[in-house]
Design a protein around this ligand. Structure first.
Ligand SMILES: *Cc1c(COP(=O)(O)O)cnc(C)c1O
Length: 234
């Protein structure tokens, strides 16, 4: 194992945990309630293992193929999160591997997950991806479609909706995207109040290396962090 590399990752994680805790305390929450997902895209298994060694057991991949390749090489106690766009024809490859899918954004995808999950007798936890800023380049349903969409999902017995996810626009200053996180949080509260059958609003997956502090201040309890743990991607 490359010692200096693992020292860097360790230092990054200590720094990250400190800033996560500060942001949590700023919003009167318990730092332990914020789950850190290490985003491992383009990171080789050897370096992923260094983060696992530091106690990070939740790992996020945005591509199915990469998740499948790494799945067998990483400690089996880890939880894999599919955080990128998911094509229907790829659901079958991950349905037995993932802890949670963060990118549910269509009924046809939901139906495919339902079908595949039912076959292996699993209930899959999912988050609904919302394109809060309505960026044409991003996936996700719009805020005003969300409640009807989630009501439709409630009849799928092998899917458990656990919350919402968003990717904020790229911003030089994270204050500029605070409104995005606030809007998702408000939507989350509105949906909770509807008390929809089989829908469990538990997680707000928002915040990446550039904007996680503001996301936590606005209520995030799941941050997806790549660069701030592993350094810049090639
Ligand atoms: C790559 C990625 C991240 C992590 O991005 P960083 O800026 O490296 O922290 C988070 N979420 C999604 C959906 C991603 O694709």
């Amino acid at each position: 194992m490359n010692t200096s590399e693992s020292e860097i990752i360790k230092k990054n994680i200590i720094e990250l945990r400190k800033k996560v805790a500060e942001a949590a305390l700023k919003s009167n929450r318990n730092p332990e309630d914020i789950k850190i997902i290490a985003v491992t895209k383009t990171v080789e298994p050897e370096r992923i293992a260094m983060a696992v060694n530091e106690g990070i057991y939740d790992l996020g991949e945005n591509r199915v193929q990469e998740l499948c390749e790494k799945y067998d090489k990483i400690n089996k106690e880890c939880n894999w999160h599919l955080i990128g766009h998911l094509q229907k024809n790829k659901v079958k490859y991950i349905v037995d591997k993932v802890k949670m899918i963060h990118s549910l954004d269509s009924i046809s995808l939901a139906n495919e997950i339902q079908k595949r999950a039912e076959r292996i007798n699993r209930v899959i936890d999912v988050l609904v991806q919302v394109n809060v800023a309505n960026e044409p380049s991003k996936y996700g349903i719009s805020c005003n479609e969300a409640i009807d969409f989630i009501k439709e999902l409630s009849s799928l017995s092998n899917i458990k909706v656990k919350g919402l996810m968003t990717i904020a626009p790229l911003a030089e200053n994270q204050e500029n995207v605070r409104w995005v996180f606030r809007e998702l949080r408000n939507l989350y509260i509105d949906i909770s109040k509807e008390n929809i059958h089989n829908i469990d609003m538990e997680y707000l997956s928002m915040g990446m290396s550039n904007d996680y502090q503001v996301a936590i201040e606005e209520g995030s309890n799941m941050v997806r962090i790549g660069t701030a743990i592993f350094g810049p991607r090639q």
